[in-house]
Design a protein around this ligand. Structure first.
Ligand SMILES: [Zn+2]
Length: 83
C-alpha cells in the first residue's frame, strides 16, 4: 500500500486532479516505483498485480473507476499491465 501511495501522489502533480484518474494512472506505474525502490522486475510486477487484486477493489468510489480495467478508457496500454 505504501508503494501505491508513493506512486499515486505524483500523479496529481503530473496533471491528474481527479482521485480516480490519479489512482488508475498510479496502478499502471506501481511496478516502476517498486523497481526504483530496489525490487526486482518480478517482485515489482507481483506487487502491481497484488495491489490491483487486493487493494484497488477496496478503495471507495472516489478513488475507484470502472474505466480502470484492461482496454478501459483509462488503460494506458503499458507493456507490463497490472491487470
Ligand atoms: Zn490522490
Amino acid at each position: 500500500m505504501g508503494v501505491g501511495v508513493l506512486t499515486h501522489e505524483p500523479m496529481h502533480m503530473s496533471g491528474h486532479a481527479d482521485e480516480a484518474q490519479a489512482e488508475c494512472a498510479s496502478v499502471q506505474r506501481i511496478d516502476q516505483t517498486a523497481v526504483l525502490l530496489g525490487a526486482s522486475e518480478a517482485e515489482a510486477l507481483g506487487l502491481a498485480h497484488s495491489h490491483m487484486r487486493i487493494w484497488y477493489p477496496r478503495l471507495s468510489s472516489r478513488w475507484h473507476s470502472q474505466d480502470c480495467v484492461s482496454w478501459g478508457s483509462a488503460d494506458e496500454h503499458s507493456p507490463l499491465l497490472p491487470w
